[in-house]
Design a protein around this ligand. Structure first.
Ligand code: XMP
Length: 384
């Protein structure tokens, strides 16, 4: 009921502003009023922070309204990038005082051996919220503040993929917590406007999004510790090479170089991988085998996915470099987007991509590297 009222007030405010232009000042006023009116008498709430703009902005607003009742925490899932928990804590020092809880061993070991993308996401969600509810109980808190945004809700309710933070009533009962999600109706660009309005530095506002399930969904297919280590290693290299470019999101994913079929597109040989990755076609989820095109450098890369049945092959990649040894393939994914519901692929100069690929190939376990040329839709940004 309260959430409903808040949404109505918010929508009314938006209409009054006209033209759907987002006004951070009015939004914050409405959000603070709502939180103060409805949650002032709660025991307490832990605010789950990942270091991204959604969770940090959410925690700041909740803290402003509910003061000491909000305890910011970082749950280390073991699926983060190199040194991430400490880096986030340091980046937020002076803004938010964060306590880190380490659940890495139990989460990583319980995920090992899982292959199916949705199963991985659901098991992760269960492990993550078991940890969250554990931390909340330790502090005697019945509430969790989290930075769910509209894109998360749209993807989950639309059946595209189970975003880790979109919980049903049944799940909330299971974990014994209630959630407070002040940004649930906002798109990422609105959250960013809000974050700037609150005075957050660009280093946090422009930090590229990192999914809740972390490197789990970038270690594509069967999950195990070696693959996790390799994707973490590759992430560091891709970050170093591409961070100066300000793309909306850029990252590598890793899967076994296991080819189940081959064919020709014109004169270009293409290979079909055994692993499956996700896409979104006509608003619905698809799950099919990615394709790698060899010797491809002349055609319009943005349209390349139109040459294949996207339901069966939601991600199309072009080959950058390969060698005879090694057993893993690394996909380099770069997208430009405002709302993260649709995304385009930038055309990056080949020399930069080749340099990046050669560097990734130095790892003895890596057999080949490719660049993903599929927009969203039909591919999703992540592979699982
Ligand atoms: P997709 O792959 O759905 O990604 O096109 C859209 C945006 O959402 C991020 N993403 C997630 N974020 N929990 C999150 O907090 C998740 O389960 C999740 N899955 C995807 C993705 O990184 C991209 O920015």
């Amino acid at each position: 009921m309260c959430v409903f009222k808040f949404k109505k007030v918010f929508r009314l405010l938006r209409m009054m502003l006209g033209l759907g232009v987002f006004n951070p000042e009015l939004f914050i006023e409405a959000a603070l009023n709502h939180l103060e009116r409805n949650y002032s008498d709660i025991d307490c709430a832990i605010a789950c922070i990942s270091g991204g703009v959604d969770s940090v902005t959410t925690a700041l607003i909740a803290k402003r309204a509910l003061k000491d009742k909000v305890l910011p925490v970082f749950i280390d899932t073991g699926l983060m990038r190199y040194g991430e928990p400490e880096a986030v804590k340091n980046a937020l020092s002076g803004v938010i005082d964060l306590t880190i809880y380490d659940y890495s061993n139990s989460i990583v070991s319980n995920l090992s051996g899982l292959s199916d993308a949705e199963e991985k996401r659901k098991v992760f969600r269960d492990l993550f919220y078991s940890a969250v509810s554990n931390v909340a109980r330790r502090h005697g808190c019945s509430y969790v503040v989290q930075g769910t945004t509209k894109a998360d809700v749209v993807e989950t309710l639309g059946g595209v993929k189970t975003q880790h933070n979109v919980l049903t009533q049944e799940l909330l009962l299971k974990y014994g917590v209630k959630v407070i999600e002040p940004l649930r109706d906002l798109y990422k660009y609105e959250v960013k406007a809000l974050a700037y309005y609150l005075g957050l530095p660009s280093s946090i506002v422009q930090r590229q999004p990192f999914p809740g399930p972390g490197l789990l969904i970038r270690a594509v297919g069967k999950f195990h510790v070696d693959k996790l280590s390799l994707v973490r290693y590759a992430t560091k290299i891709v970050d170093e090479r591409l961070s100066v470019r300000n793309y909306s999101q850029y990252f590598p994913a890793v899967w076994e170089y296991d080819v189940i079929n081959e064919g020709y597109l014109g004169n270009s040989l293409f290979k079909v991988f055994s692993v499956k990755t996700t896409g979104v076609v006509g608003g619905s989820r698809v799950y099919g085998h990615p394709i790698l095109i060899e010797d491809f450098n002349k055609r319009d890369v943005v349209k390349l996915h139109e040459q294949f049945d996207v339901v069966k092959h939601p991600h199309i990649l072009i080959s950058l470099a390969s060698k005879d040894s090694g057993k893993y393939f690394i996909a380099v994914r770069v997208v430009e987007t405002r709302d993260y519901v649709t995304a385009s692929v930038p055309v990056i100069e080949r020399s930069l991509l080749l340099k990046l690929a050669e560097e990734l190939l130095e790892n003895p376990d890596v057999k080949a590297v490719g660049y993903d040329v599929t927009p969203k839709p039909p591919a999703t940004i992540e592979y699982e």
